[in-house]
Design a binder for this molecule. Structure first.
Ligand SMILES: Cc1cc2nc3c(=O)[nH]c(=O)nc-3n(C[C@H](O)[C@H](O)[C@H](O)COP(=O)(O)O)c2cc1C
Length: 247
């Protein structure tokens, strides 16, 4: 299976009128399962008519490649004044997306530190954006997603209910099951594909419903005229000034 992790997929450009979904790849570990899970998600959503028609596009936001240091901004993100170039880049990338799907493993009953760190870096850029999760772990990663949802609400993102929870035992196949360095490949049970389609439907419906809030936040930010951080609701004009979430 080919990887979708090309450099083009983490830039901040987008096509006007297209709903852009950021696929956040939440493990930075060498030998991670996250890459095969992300590929499975991309393969699955490609079948959706709105993805096929180009109305919805996915951009891979691979945290291993984004490579943020542990949070090093002097001010909390809620102030919207970012000092570092890596923060401005991440802000522009997140701001360019209308919604997100997080691919996340469960680490010690929660999300990986890299996922929490990537969220903590920003604030306004997450506002009013629907978020779905595709998790995996010994118990499907469900405990990680419970934590993820709590964190996302604090940055005014909107988690959806549908969730794909892949079992590392039942939804992957391994060339050598005894080898702990083999990440395996996703070989999901049939119902998981249907759940992924449900997740996408719910995500797009919520994204559409939230579009007026995103538009109003952008107008407020424009009115305030405070663009010194490049991090307010419309930080880089990455959507070309078009209404966001045109579904
Ligand atoms: C630091 C760490 C903690 C883990 N904790 C859990 C856990 O609490 N629950 C669970 O189901 N799996 C846990 N696992 C197993 C992971 O689900 C499994 O290793 C998975 O492949 C990790 O995703 P990744 O390969 O994409 O990094 C843990 C793995 C690591 C590396």
């Amino acid at each position: 299976m080919t990887s979708e992790f090309t450099s083009e997929t983490i830039d901040a450009s987008t096509t006007a009128g297209t709903t852009r979904v950021g696929l956040v790849v939440g493990s930075t570990r060498p030998g991670r399962k996250a890459a095969t899970v992300a590929d499975w998600v991309l393969d699955g959503v490609r079948a959706h008519p709105r993805v096929r028609s180009g109305d919805v596009e996915f951009a891979v936001l691979d945290l291993a490649r984004v490579a943020l240091p542990m949070l090093d901004e002097p001010l909390a993100a809620a102030f919207g004044r970012y000092q570092h170039e890596h923060t401005r880049r991440w802000a522009a990338t997140v701001a360019s997306c209308d919604a997100f799907v997080f691919v996340t493993p469960e680490y010690n009953h929660s999300i990986p530190a890299a996922v929490k760190n990537a969220i903590d870096y920003l604030y306004a850029e997450w506002h009013h954006k629907a978020v779905g999760a595709v998790s995996y772990g010994l118990a499907g990663g469900v405990r990680a997603v419970e934590h993820l949802r709590t964190v996302l609400v604090e940055v005014k993102a909107v988690p959806v209910s549908a969730q794909v929870a892949l079992s590392v035992f039942d939804d992957f196949s391994y060339a050598n099951p005894a080898d702990p360095t083999d990440p395996g490949v996703v070989a999901a049970r049939p119902h998981q594909d249907a759940v992924l389609q449900d997740l996408l439907e719910e995500l797009l419906a919520h994204s559409r419903a939230l579009a007026p809030l995103r538009g109003s936040a952008r107008r407020q930010a424009d009115g305030a005229g405070d663009h010194d951080s490049g991090s307010a609701a419309d930080p880089v004009g990455a959507d070309g000034g078009q209404p966001v979430g045109a579904l």
